[in-house]
Design a protein around this ligand. Structure first.
Ligand code: MGP
Ligand code: MG
Length: 557
């Protein structure tokens, strides 16, 4: 098969994730092959026991041998199943670890782009689909080639024509493979996509249930969920249809072939087979061949079921590999913390996210200890300039110098920065815990002082528990302005020489804004402060204004 460009990352990823399970996979094949050999011994001893019984000879040793062989086979298959579960676990763990390590190393940017429910489903469910690929499919393919050869050789030792009858039936296999392989991967991909979509749709609506009720949109949103689940149902039925069709084809030919062997051996034993085949078959040989015949098809039949493991695994690997390939390649390197307010110089800077330009040809110089307002229309790239200092977007041209030294790609000033984002992130826990996120070692007194300076006590009143006020996940219960005060308290606790403030007063009333600006001025005295803003009051409070060109006026990248 030709290896397409898209197949390569998928194959490489599958190889990488299943590498830890290769030894287990080989062990599974060995155990299964030993089980097949045990079945040959069982068939031989059972066949000979029947013959011995018919001739009135002692059959105890043969029955004992058959029992031992059957027990051995059961034990080997049980062991192989346990190994398969382990092999699957290792693959899934490797894939999940790679995704989570990538998030830790390159930032979670590559997780953006769709809603949380869909991503969670992808990280948990899609990686789960990889288990069947290494645990079942990989050993299953090897077994489907090797085990029938053992059986056919054993049948050949009893009757050459019976062996040939079995072997000829294998020629129908290409039809079966074509039937399954042509459609299943595409069908599995569509099914997994619809599962992700349903998970995403459900999570998005569950998290906004209150809003949905408030807008009386329950009926509409329920219909959307019903549609997503119907979609999943349709795709699942499509897969089952292919599975039933391919299994039916295989079962049909396997039954015919086993029936032919049975008819031939039966007629031969009765001595009424009309054609001369130059062989005589004893009762023991006939019984042995008959017991072995169904086993010839067992691994091939299993393969039919396993094909869906393969399709699921391939579709999941394809999606995950493409997804991982999209992560920003540059590893983020946090530069050691600066000791004093830095001087910054942007020279003809062009910034991009995943190759898409966000800002072109931006130049500016900022002195140590200066407080500047970064101004421009919405989408001009203010946030992106701040992000660039944290290596959260790519510097595709120009240079950013810190104290005269250019930042190399991936180098981040995160250790020296207090960053107040447009929408501060809030964790479940108390207000004090949330402020302490900025610096793990901060003491209670420091946190109280910062909270006071940032005006947090205006809403963390004693009757609400003060700094022990509990915040729920994502800060539900706090207004936009209250969140910004909390974020500013964090910045103060962090005690960094460079402050990057992204519209810190956007949600404040004029009085609160004026008060906060005085505080920023005061606390930012010995720091370099960049404030991205649209507010004239903020601009007026700053030493200087740096304007970004409007997005439409940008030079071509
Ligand atoms: P910006 O830097 O967020 O603009 O976006 P600004 O000036 O902060 O806008 P405001 O509304 O906050 O006032 C500049 C360009 O970069 C826009 O075209 C955005 O679409 C794009 N962009 C910004 N961010 C933060 C991202 C991001 O995280 N990922 C991607 N892919 N694009 C982004
Ligand atoms: Mg912005």
């Amino acid at each position: 098969m030709r290896v397409t460009a898209e197949a390569q990352p998928r194959r490489a990823a599958l190889r990488r994730w299943s590498a830890g399970a290769n030894r287990l996979s080989a062990l599974i094949v060995v155990a299964q092959l030993c089980a097949t050999l045990a079945w040959v011994v069982f068939a031989w001893s059972a066949g000979n026991a029947v013959e011995a019984a018919s001739q009135g000879k002692a059959l105890a040793p043969l029955v004992l041998l058959a029992f031992v062989a059957a027990s051995l086979r059961a034990t080997l298959i049980w062991g192989a199943d346990i190994l398969a579960v382990r092999a699957g676990d290792r693959t899934v763990t490797a894939a999940r670890r790679e995704i989570l390590e990538a998030a830790a190393k390159y930032g979670a940017q590559f997780l953006a782009g769709t809603d949380a429910g869909e991503r969670a489903s992808q990280i948990v469910d899609r990686t789960g689909k990889l288990a069947g690929y290494t645990a079942n499919w990989t050993p299953g393919v090897r077994l489907a080639v090797a085990a029938p050869l053992i059986i056919v050789a054993a049948v050949f030792a009893q009757s050459w024509l019976a062996a040939i009858l079995l072997f000829v039936s294998v020629l129908t296999l290409p039809l079966f493979i074509w039937l399954t392989a042509s459609e299943t991967t595409a069908a599995a991909r569509a099914q997994q996509d619809s599962l992700d979509a349903l998970a995403g749709a459900f999570q998005a609506r569950a998290s906004q249930a209150g809003l949905i009720r408030a807008f009386r949109a329950i009926g509409r949103e329920t219909a959307a969920l019903a549609e997503a689940s119907q979609n999943l149902r349709n795709h699942t039925i499509a897969i089952l249809r292919i599975a039933f069709l391919s299994t039916a084809v295989l079962e049909f030919f396997a039954s015919i072939s086993i029936a032919l062997v049975a008819v031939y051996i039966g007629f031969k034993l009765l001595g009424i087979f009309p054609i001369e085949t130059h062989e005589t078959i004893s009762l023991a040989q006939g019984m042995t061949a008959l017991i072995l015949a169904p086993e010839f098809f067992a691994p091939i039949r299993r393969l039919s079921a396993l094909h869906h493991d393969r399709a699921d695994g391939v579709a999941a690997a394809e999606m995950l590999a493409n997804w991982l390939a999209n992560k920003d390649k540059a590893e983020v390197k946090r530069l050691p913390s600066l000791t004093a307010a830095p001087a910054l110089r942007f020279a003809n800077v062009t910034l991009a996210y995943g190759g898409v330009p966000a800002l072109s040809e931006f130049s500016a110089e900022i002195e140590p200890g200066e407080m500047v307002a970064l101004v421009g229309s919405s989408g001009a790239g203010k946030t992106s300039v701040l992000m660039a200092l944290l290596a959260r977007c790519q510097l595709s041209a120009g240079s950013i110098e810190v104290n005269g030294v250019a930042l190399a790609p991936g180098e981040s000033l995160a250790e020296s920065v207090a960053f107040v984002r447009q929408a501060p992130w809030i964790a479940e826990g108390s207000l004090a815990d949330n402020i302490r996120l900025a610096r793990a070692g901060a003491g209670r007194a420091e946190i109280e002082a910062a909270a006071h300076a940032a005006g947090v006590f205006s809403f963390a009143t004693p009757d609400r528990g003060g700094l022990d006020l509990r915040l729920s996940r994502f800060g539900a219960g706090l207004s936009g302005g209250q969140r910004q005060r909390l974020a500013l308290a964090r910045a103060i606790v962090r005690d960094a020489p460079l402050w990057l403030l992204d519209e810190p007063t956007a949600h404040l009333d004029p009085d609160a804004e004026a008060e906060l600006l005085v505080r920023i001025r005061d606390l930012g005295r010995d720091r370099t402060v960049i404030i991205a803003t649209h507010a004239a009051t903020v601009m007026a409070a700053c030493d200087r204004i740096i304007r970004l060109p409007a997005p439409a006026q940008r030079a071509a990248p």
